[in-house]
Design a protein around this ligand. Sequence first.
Ligand code: TYD
Length: 203
Amino acid sequence: MLKGHFITFEGIDGVGKTTQSQQLVQSLEDAGHSVVCTREPGGTRLGQLIRGLLLDSQLTDISQQAEILLYAADRAQHVQEVLKPNLEAGKIVISDRYLDSSIAYQGYGLGWDIERIREINRWAIAGIYPGITICLDQEPRIALSKTGGDRIESRAIDYYQRVRSGYCQIAKNEPDRFHLVSAEGTIDEVFQRIWQIIKGRIF
Ligand code: TYD
């Protein structure tokens, strides 16, 4: 039985997820909650090794199947080692990326079979689904101008357009869970949008 709340952050690279998720941790802790902040890929020791493989700019020939499975392997370990125990202990767990990243990036972005990705991940995540997802939304050209250049980030703008459209599709399919939030404005303006959503669900 999961007593805690599982919140995930999503969005294309450069939208400011990490800043906003840290801000949320701070605000929830200030309100007296016990919060765990984590991320994918790389939320565990094994995950950090997998992250190194996935973002290695020298590894240009990872097959799409291998890429999907590496993200799923990172996620499976993350669920068992971090997410499940903390949710069972009644904590608020905030993850910078989760399952929707694979649907948006590998599914909508690369055009890989979304049902297959869901199926592989269904096994990997063992029933641990987020209750609330905040997806920061911004035009790829603006978001990407704020990032450096690893293997994924050097892919073309139209790839990120497809990823963004994928997130919009998920928001249409699951409006109660998946909230698109504009990433335009100051850090505080964006955070206030997020806080309105979280406040209504957690308190
Ligand atoms: P992340 O560290 O969140 O990068 P950023 O802060 O730039 O958004 O994620 C690393 C990259 O991994 C990012 O480009 C998205 C990608 N990714 C996938 O393609 N599929 C996945 O399932 C996950 C979790 C991440």
